[in-house]
Design a protein around this ligand. Sequence first.
Ligand code: NI
Length: 177
Amino acid sequence: MAVRGVLKMGNPLLLQVAEPVTEFNSAELDRLIGDMFDTMAAEAGAGLAAPQIGVSRRVVIFGVEKNPRYPEVEEVPSTVLINPVITLIDSEQEEGWEGCLSVPGLRGRVARYARVRYTGYDQRGDRVEREVSGFHARVVQHECDHLDGILYPRRIRDLRLFGFEEDLDAPGGLRGD
Ligand code: NI
């Protein structure tokens, strides 16, 4: 497997609607997912969508391990989700800061549904179905947006809450203490 280059905002491939996967259990799909995990690990991301490495297929991966140094970060199980469908459990939304490997160095405040159900398939073609909330729900909504050509800056309602991480987190910054 290999670390692949991540496309950056401005690349038109990130604006395409990705095609569904039609063949599971294939060497090609396994290679794609292996490369996606290697790339996500190398970039220390929480998730990655296939279009971000230039593959216009409806495949996302995500996962966050529990880290004792960052107790406030919620654990998200390592997940492969293919041809995903998200349905709302209710209409409540939550605001939160997001970043994206395709938009390096920046963070923005985005409202996402607080609770969603998602379904899809893993690389073997086995069905995945979960009801999630909080950060897990945020990550899956962010990653699935990539499959429809949507990057999170389009979801920011107040562009004052969009900026460089370094400055947002500085003392007195919008995210600083
Ligand atoms: Ni992203």
